[in-house]
Write a protein that binds this ligand. Sequence first.
Ligand SMILES: Cc1ncc(COP(=O)(O)O)c(C=O)c1O
Length: 411
Amino acid sequence: MCDKLFVMPGYELFGAQERKEVNDVLETGILMRYGFDGPRKGIWKAKELEQEICTTFGAGYAQLLSSGTAALTTAMAALGIGAGDEVIMPAFTFVASFEAVLSVGAIPVLVDIDDTLTIDPAVIEAAITPRTKAIMPVHMCGSMAQMDEIKAICGRRQLLLLEDACQAIGASYKGRSVGTIGDAGTFSFDFVKIITCAEGGAVITNNEDIYRKCDQYSDHGHDHMGKDRGADLHPYLGYNFRISELHAAVGLAQVKRLGEFLALQKRNHAIIKETLANIEGLTFRRIPDPAGDAGSFLSFFLPTEDMAREAVAGFTAAGIGGNFYWYDNNWHYIRKWQHLQNGSWMHRLHDDQKKMVMHYANQAFAASDAIMSRCISSAISLVWDEAQAQERADMMAKVLKGVLAKNLVKG
Ligand SMILES: Cc1ncc(COP(=O)(O)O)c(C=O)c1O
């Protein structure tokens, strides 16, 4: 059971409900979310999923998109973030977060994270310049950023707040779903997220104007006011970031199962955390609101980088899969984002923009390095029963105790 590589695991429980929703669409043959009102015989999976997202997460509005990356780009466009604007974001996230900033012509301003593995509110003020338009916390690995502090800064400095909640579907902060606290939030439903559409994403917001703009931007600017697409007006330019009915159908089944997934995830997370909690020298990621942790990863710290590397090697040798050492990962941490640091774009950026982007991407991130180099995130599977989760916990504990005993005695 321990040699499988798993990540955020909605796909693990793909089954009869998902097949039923997809079959509804296949039976009508209408795979597009707009138009074809007669032939689709009342089947509107994307609309239904948007409604379900609003109900499940307590959002006023939801707009589905073709991916989480498209959701971020669309949200930024709808928020009016554009050429030369600066967006403050953490140095630990997935590359999609800065790709989206660049896609609207804005500049990602990277800042350190703290032991929550999310943006450190204490360093945000120093990064604000007259060009700053928004702060984009990223709720990484199933848990949440320190939203009270970040929201206060946004209020004080009149900045927009965009939550990248792509990795934290089902997490909450002080009773509110992540993604609903700022001006807008985004989810990803790609294949390795807490729930999946295969590929898909959403913007959620409580602001009708932002929602309308997302709706239009994601479909070439269509105002979607009538029944004839050819007669729609185009108040703004847009692109094609539409989701298909087939993808939405999968997501509709999955969102209805979110409670079931979260319960399993939290149970298995608790079993492993309880076992590892007794290990001297091991510390855990700080969770701003522990009750709101979605539990998709258990993240912990070894005392030094060398010990963390030894633990990762020990897990691999013992056949314990799903342990992520982000410090060496090419996609999630600034240290390996050479394409951003070197300004490697296929298309030419404006010289000013390129200079600013490279300036911010090439700063030192000593505080983040000190955290990330000691951190391991262990993915939690939905398909373990309690005994299997305990077996994994015991195997992990054996490796960690070995590493710590050896090194702490040496020290
Ligand atoms: C933090 C974060 N933001 C955005 C995305 C982009 O989502 P997608 O893969 O659906 O484009 C991801 C995907 O891994 C992510 O982890």
